[in-house]
Design a protein. Structure first.
Length: 187
């Protein structure tokens, strides 16, 4: 029988993506499917968020509720292995509950996008709040500092020092305020 290794999307319990990925990679040898189940990824990106007035770096999942697997799902051993995975709900593209219908493989461009994202995350090039591009005329919301919860319009962008000049309406007057990229979010 011809091997049909492709990338598929496994539905998992939200919040358990890393646990499921680690379980799959650890247990594939035990179940004897290491040559039929090559990889599992659940990309996470680091974001800078404000908590209690302090900047905190958090690791957030890019695709919540999914783990991407590179496997031969035509092989019954792989299907049995996936059924044994804790907190997994089946492959995307299967109708109903379970593993009875052949799932839909990811397209090449989708796989390339996911793997590039994983590579960038490993190299530390992932998007963070400070890497987001802002444009003149764009509406933003202040998330940190004395103007928290105010909204305004970007008047100037200082890319080199990661700051913005934002026009905020204070007491019915348009007031320019200089804020760092991490103090605002896109509206």
């Amino acid at each position: 029988m011809e091997s049909s290794l492709s990338w598929y999307t496994l539905k998992v319990t939200s919040g358990q993506e890393v646990f499921v990925r680690n379980w799959l990679m650890r247990e594939r040898e035990t179940y004897g499917v290491a040559d039929l189940f090559l990889d599992a990824v659940s990309p996470c990106e680091k974001k800078i968020v404000i908590q209690n007035g302090k900047k905190v770096t958090k690791s957030l999942l890019v695709y919540s509720g999914y783990v991407f697997i590179h496997a031969d799902v035509d092989n019954e051993k792989v299907i049995e292995f996936l059924k044994m995975a804790p907190k997994s709900w089946g492959l995307v593209g299967q109708r109903g509950c379970g593993f009875t219908v052949k799932p839909v493989a990811l397209k090449d461009e989708e796989v390339t996008e996911i793997l590039n994202l994983v590579d960038n995350l490993q190299l530390g090039l992932a998007t963070s709040e400070e890497n987001i591009k802002f444009f003149v005329g764009e509406r933003v919301k202040v998330v940190d500092g004395p103007f928290v919860d105010f909204t305004g319009v970007v008047h100037e962008v200082y890319e080199d020092c990661k700051k913005l000049n934002v026009m905020i309406n204070v007491f019915s007057r348009s007031t320019p305020v200089e804020l760092s990229f991490s103090q605002v979010s896109k509206f």
